[in-house]
Each structure stands twice: as C-alpha cells, then as structure tokens.
Write a protein that binds this ligand. Structure first.
Ligand SMILES: [Fe+2]
Length: 304
C-alpha cells in the first residue's frame, strides 16, 4: 500500500495522502474530518477497508470549508455509502447549494488530480461522475457538538479569514484541534508558511488568536499532517509569518511594484516551496492576498 493510514491517537487516524489528508475520528461512531479530493477518494476508501472498519459505523463527513480541495470526495462517498451525513458550517451550507458550485469545483479537482499524477501519488485520474452533489445534510453553528460516543466529542468554532465559511473542530478527550487551512499552507518539514488570508486578513488573524485560547496538544492540518508540539507556539509562529508576509507586500506596494509583479514573484516562491496549485492559480490567489493586505494596511492586527 503506497499511502498507509497513520494512527495519530487511539481515536484518530490520518488518511488520504500527506499533501491532501483527511482524518477519521472513531468513538462508538465515526466521522471523517475534511471532504477530501476526487483523486484521493479511492485511496481513502481502500485505507478504511484495510483498517477493517465497518463503513456503516462512519456516520459523518465534517467539512472545514468549501474550497475544491476540501470537498472533492463528498459526491463519491455519497454514492458509495449513502448513509453518511455531510456536516458543514452555516456559511458553507449556503455556498454548497449555489448552482455554480459544481462548475467552479471541477477544474480545481482536475488540477489536483494532475498534480498528484505528476508527483506519483496516484496512478490515474478518477472517473467523472454523472452527478456531483455537495449540499450539507446538516449545518453546524458555533459551539455545536458532534458526539461520536466513547467520550469523543467535537466542538465547532467559526474560524473565517482563509475563507468566509471556514470552521474548526476541537476534541477535548485527546486534545486535538482540526484547524483546516486557518494557518495557511504550512510545510512542517521546512517550517515554512504561506499565509492564506484569502477572504480577510483581519478575520484570519482573529481566528488564529481565537484558537490560541483552546487547550489543545495537537493540531491537524488540511495539508501536510499534524502539529504535535506546543500548539500555542505554533499559532504565534503562524501570526508572525502572516505579519511578515503582509508587511513585505505593503513594502513592495510602497516601492511602486505593481500587483502583477508582486504576485508573479510570490507565485514563483510558492512553487519553490512545493505548490499545491498551478502557477496561474497561485498568481490569482496572490492577488487576493495583495488586495486584502492593502485593505488592512491601517489596522493593527498583530497584538497577541
Ligand atoms: Fe482552503
């Protein structure tokens, strides 16, 4: 097996690939955290089968947010195991219902497939489906609790900023927080952040500060696995990296560099640290960050 399940704690296993992981939390019942991707769906299913878990025990898929690389396996799971209920934040619930959601999703899922093929993580692209259904079966408000039994309970926190719809989950028994993309793209091996405040820099910083107060000893990320050292220090490091990135952008703007130049320089840098998107997509995303830095230049966001 090329991608093996990684048992993180007695109740939590990392599945998928290391660049696009999902997490299986098992109490009496099971919940998959993250909606995966189309190209990694087969890997996740074979991992669950290899673990000998009865799929009927897996009751939920809980989404952190609705970006294409976080929902892609949902329509496939729905087809295979129709009993699974899709849980999403209230804002995500609205996004998933939009007519154009599938239209926006498909190119992103294809891009991830090609990337994983290039890296040798998958051998072929997944078949196309006749129908893609993403809508949530239930929406989760702030403080909602998902009780999986055996003391495993996940509490919901609204954590916008990476996207307006982002939520995180905290599990008290084992001290785990599932923080999705709230600290951006982080590579633990290189200790490098690419801050991803795509919807708002202010909300992004507020969400990280909010999760700083949660007494966790492990953070599970939507890319590249888990952080199991001092979580508060990790969040502070994420804020420092965000501040440095933001100030660098403002400095470039002040020196007269235009958005095209800044975004192409940044996209080159992101490619060099191991991009999870094509150069054109990265350039587009960098322009969103430049706009959000510009919009927040008068604000003091970094007291923590
Ligand atoms: Fe994301």
């Amino acid at each position: 097996m090329k991608h093996k399940p990684i048992q993180l704690t007695p109740h939590l296993t990392q599945l998928g690939t290391s660049s696009f992981p999902v997490y299986l939390s098992m109490g009496e019942e099971g919940m998959i955290i993250e909606g995966g991707t189309g190209p990694t769906y087969e890997i996740i299913v074979s991992q669950i089968k290899a673990m000998g878990i009865d799929p009927m025990k897996i009751k939920y898929i809980a989404l952190t947010h609705t970006h294409g690389d976080h929902v892609g396996a949902v329509p496939r799971f729905r087809k295979l195991w129709p009993h699974i209920k899709v849980l999403a934040g209230a804002t995500a619930g609205k996004f998933l219902k939009k007519d154009r959601f599938v239209k926006d999703f498909l190119p992103s899922d294809k891009m991830i497939g090609n990337l994983l093929l290039e890296r040798g993580d998958i051998d072929q692209l997944p078949d196309e489906l006749d129908e893609y259904r993403f809508e949530a079966d239930a929406v989760l408000d702030e403080s909602a609790v998902i009780d999986l039994g055996k003391g495993v309970k996940w509490t919901v926190y609204n954590t916008p900023g990476h996207s307006p719809c982002h939520i995180s989950f905290y599990e008290e028994l084992e001290g785990t927080i599932a923080i999705g993309d709230i600290t951006g793209y982080y590579d633990p091996a290189k200790d490098i952040f690419w801050p991803n405040y795509f919807s708002s820099l202010e909300h992004y910083c507020d969400s990280i500060k909010k999760m700083l107060s949660v007494p966790a000893n492990r953070a599970i990320l939507s890319h590249n696995g888990q952080i199991s050292y001092n979580i508060k220090e990790y969040f502070k490091k994420a804020l420092r990296a965000t501040e440095a990135y933001h100030l660098e952008i403002l400095d470039k703007i002040k020196k007269g560099e235009d958005d095209d130049k800044i975004s192409s320089e940044k996209a080159d840098w992101i490619c060099s640290i191991g991009a999870l998107a094509t150069y054109n997509v990265l350039t587009f995303l960098c322009k969103m960050l430049i706009n959000n830095s510009r919009a927040s230049q008068e604000k003091n966001l970094f007291d923590y």
